[in-house]
Ligand binder design. Structure first.
Ligand code: GSH
Length: 242
């Protein structure tokens, strides 16, 4: 049976995994789980992942959650070219360094910008709270400074001169604020050029296809009872540690 991927295009790590499997040409069967419709809270899905989160893959009965673990599994399972998750200890450790850091930096702060500026106002029917947004933007600026000066530096990609799974995860996280029309890389030439290199590598049409929902800012919010958990998730992310 082909690899099954539970995903929603609204989810950054799901998009990174989709970019990865599509770039590698891995056959897969996508199973959409709409976060805004609360489908991740269904009994059926909770049997796949009791944490009720996406992404999840199922490979012939083997269930795996957590995007970083999934990316590494796919790289090994499908013999991805070495640069995606390099065998060389020090290069691999630089990828791991970014993967460990990104959860509470790139992911956390870019997501807070998107949620506080765009999704939470849609879900709550209340205007964006300026204090939430400015705190998220300030934290994201520090993260982007580090992304540029500590990770990218003068290399072509974040962890080496070749693309790795770290670049896919980072690009997808940084696309999230585009859901509110904000390109957080504007004015940061080195990071803009890096993003373009990543997009060119996977191919512009694939990047656009996977990001069509977020780039269009077209998150359709359904009836309040469906999005209740998503609203709670967004508030948790914006107001405190996850
Ligand atoms: N650490 C997990 C995070 C997964 C996660 O936060 N998924 C979000 C979508 S990006 C989700 O399913 N949220 C719904 C919820 O928590 O109710 C990973 O990297 O895969």
């Amino acid at each position: 049976m082909v690899l099954q991927l539970y995903y929603d295009l609204l989810s950054q790590p799901c998009r990174a995994i989709l970019l990865f499997v599509r770039t590698l040409g891995v056959p897969y069967h996508g199973k959409e789980v709409s976060l805004l419709k609360g489908e991740n809270r269904s009994e059926e899905f909770s049997r796949v992942n009791p944490m009720m989160q996406i992404p999840v893959i199922v490979d012939d009965g083997f269930i795996l959650t957590e995007s970083v673990a999934i990316m590494k599994y796919i790289a090994a399972r499908y013999n991805a070219p070495d640069h995606w998750y390099p065998a060389d200890l020090q290069t691999q450790s630089k990828v791991d360094e970014y993967l460990a850091w990104q959860h509470f930096h790139t992911r956390q702060h870019a997501m807070r910008v998107f949620l506080s500026e765009s999704l939470l106002p849609k879900l709550s029917g209340e205007p964006a709270r300026p204090s939430r947004l400015s705190s998220a933007l300030n934290d994201l600026e520090v993260t982007l400074d580090l992304l540029d000066s500590k990770f990218l530096k003068d290399k072509r990609f974040l962890c080496a001169n070749d693309i790795s799974i770290a670049d896919l995860l980072a690009v997808c996280e940084l696309a999230q604020p585009m859901g509110g029309g904000r390109d957080v890389l504007q004015g940061r030439d080195r990071l803009l050029q890096w993003r373009q290199r990543v997009v060119s590598f996977v191919g512009e049409p694939l990047y656009q296809e996977v990001h069509m929902e977020i780039l269009g800012g077209k998150q359709q919010v359904g009836p309040p009872h469906q999005a209740l958990h998503m609203k709670a998730f967004a508030e948790r992310v914006c107001d405190g540690p996850m």
